[in-house]
Design a protein around this ligand. Structure first.
Ligand SMILES: Cc1ncc(COP(=O)(O)O)c(C=O)c1O
Length: 387
């Protein structure tokens, strides 16, 4: 039987490819975005406590109320507004499920979604599965600034969704309040919804403040905002995220969520709720924590030939290897795995039409010793000697 693919051009993600190559070559993997240090032991303890207490059956479809209430309190602290835990907050399987559900809730066959390249790789397949089409607007390195006139030109009467990601993975840039104002003005009289991927909401550097759509009076009325406890609690494997949206939009999102995952692992939800009850500002030190890692890593690499591009947010760091080689980034990243025993993530797979660039993405959510070892390998490679 001929089985035709709904996603013929989708292969294995660049993260899986590079992680697999890292294993094959025994390379240090600082490509994929996950911490290599433990979670707070108290968070782990909360999980064993709630399992022992019998919190082991289906959670409510929208998420356990204890967690949704904690999220609401957190949003009030962060964005100065009360969101209704019953009507506006839904717990999902990581930020990824929230993105997928929102896209399915909005788009139908022939509809268009505007996304910004370099784009996180989960957006386009979800748009296509909804029968929609992505219109990709490229942000140019190294500044990756929005050009709102170009965005305007990319709109059509089929545009139903604009997906914005700030702090942005993989460019490590952040949108300002002026960007949100420009976005709001652009869609004011159009039937366009916003999907705001804000999973790095608490990782901004050098005193920057996150401009959330939830703090924007006009945008919050027409946005799905997506968050991830994987990022805020250093627990990417727990797969707990959530989506915040006005009641009518939340109702539609839950129709998808209900028949996608139905409900999310209940002990993990109870554990996070209990932990946030004890640490209501658990995310307060995140920017300083990652900024110290960014500064350590960038300091070790500066002048080596792997030139760090100043990062404004996220837990990644871009480096420009242009002084060392003019090879394409896929080819150069593979050479680094083989010769320097370091796995990184090339940037071109995040573009539909990659511009000429020599950039690699490195993850700084690692122990200082890992960052030091990675920098030593990169510096040794740059100096032409193998470790
Ligand atoms: C920009 C962006 N959005 C969404 C996600 C997915 O978040 P989660 O791991 O909670 O599914 C990630 C994870 O790396 C990400 O970088």
């Amino acid at each position: 039987m001929h089985f035709s693919s709904k996603l013929p051009e989708v292969g294995t993600t660049i993260f899986t490819v590079m992680s697999r190559r890292a294993l094959e070559e025994g390379a240090l993997n600082i490509g994929q975005g996950f911490p290599d240090y433990p979670i707070d032991p108290r968070l782990a303890h909360c999980l064993t406590e709630v399992i022992g207490e019998g919190r082991n059956q289906y959670a409510p479809m929208e998420g356990v109320v204890e967690l949704r209430e904690r999220i609401s309190a957190k949003l009030r602290t962060s964005y100065g507004r009360l969101f209704d835990p019953d009507a506006e907050i839904t717990v999902t399987c990581g930020g990824t499920e929230a993105l997928y559900d929102a896209i399915q809730a909005v788009l139908g066959p022939g509809d268009e979604a505007v996304i910004f390249d370099p784009a996180y790789d989960a957006y386009e397949p979800a748009v296509r599965l909804a029968g929609g089409r992505c219109v990709r607007v490229a942000l140019s390195p190294p500044a990756f600034r929005f050009d709102w006139d170009q965005v305007r030109q990319s709109l059509s009467d089929r545009t139903r969704l604009i997906i914005i990601n700030s702090p942005q993975n993989p460019s490590c840039t952040v949108a300002g309040r002026d960007d949100l104002d420009a976005l709001a003005a652009l869609i004011r009289d159009r039937p366009i919804t916003v999907l705001a991927d804000e999973v790095y909401e608490h990782v901004l550097y050098d005193g920057r403040r996150h401009a959330s759509v939830l703090a924007h009076p006009e945008l919050r009325e027409r946005s799905f905002a997506v968050f991830s406890f994987g990022k805020t609690l250093h627990a990417t494997g727990w797969r707990i995220g959530y989506c915040v949206a006005p009641p009518a939009m939340t109702r539609e999102l839950r129709k998808v969520h209900q028949f996608n995952t139905f409900s999310i692992v209940s002990p993990l939800q109870y554990a996070i709720a209990r932990y946030l009850g004890e640490h209501s500002d658990a995310w307060a030190g995140l920017s300083a924590f990652f900024q110290a890692k960014r500064d350590l890593f960038a300091g070790l690499l500066r002048g080596s030939g792997f030139e760090p591009i100043p990062a404004a947010g996220t837990y990644f760091q871009l480096v420009d290897y242009g002084a060392l080689s003019r090879d394409g980034d896929m080819q150069f990243a593979d050479r680094l795995i083989r010769e320097a025993k370091i796995a990184t993530i090339p940037l071109s797979p995040f573009y539909a039409a990659p511009p000429a660039m020599t950039l690699l993405r490195l993850c700084i959510a690692k122990r200082d010793a890992t960052l030091e070892a990675a920098a030593a390998r990169l510096c040794a490679f740059a100096q032409g000697r193998a470790l």
